[in-house]
Design a protein around this ligand. Structure first.
Ligand code: S3P
Length: 173
């Protein structure tokens, strides 16, 4: 069984993924960490030195590699992973897998990301919470086309991590 978590930056893919891994006994993998290990560079450095297009090509190749590498996993993808090339279609066609969209509102994402935007290449240039909110509103609207193709969707705004995990497990049954 492979559980593939998708959703915007700050939606909790890593936190929920780790907790889901404990509850299900499936090993946890984080795509961003895998890319950093394989490239021997931080995501920030890859964006800065090689650019976003290089990152997206690598991201698409590494997610395929990771999904092939193990039969069982909880996988936290990056916020943009399903939104480029044919990746979402490939995620949906992965045998014995379920895609899960962690759906958070623009306001929740803004609050979370404002505090930790400085190491995130796509939003670090935004100088006020209002600009960040506008950016997320537009970006999330574009990306929702991909996120909403997930088999399972969970609205995360008012739930604790354990409640989100419980909902995912219930929907997987
Ligand atoms: C990105 C999200 C990041 C990381 C990169 C690009 C995106 O992952 O892959 O900075 O395009 O939304 P997280 O969603 O884990 O922060």
């Amino acid at each position: 069984m492979k559980i593939i978590l998708i959703g915007y930056m700050g939606s909790g893919k890593s936190v929920i993924g780790k907790e889901l891994s404990k509850v299900t006994g499936l090993p946890f993998f984080d795509l961003d960490s895998f890319i950093e290990q394989e490239e021997n560079l931080s995501i920030e450095a890859i964006f800065a030195h090689q650019g976003e297009i290089y990152f997206r090509k690598k991201e698409a190749a590494y997610v395929k590699q990771l999904l092939r590498s193990n039969d069982k996993m909880v996988l936290a993808t990056g916020g943009g992973t399903p939104c480029y090339g044919e990746v979402m279609t490939e995620l949906l066609q992965t045998p014995n897998s379920s895609t899960v969209y962690l759906n958070c509102s623009v306001d929740t994402l803004t609050k979370r990301l404002w505090k930790e935007k400085d190491h995130r290449p796509l939003i670090r240039h935004l100088t006020s919470e209002e600009l960040l909110n506008d950016f997320i509103r537009k970006h999330l609207f574009e990306r929702s086309f991909f996120y909403n193709q997930a088999a399972i969707k969970v609205s995360c705004d008012v739930l604790t991590p354990s409640e989100i995990v419980a909902q995912i497990v219930l929907k997987l049954l």
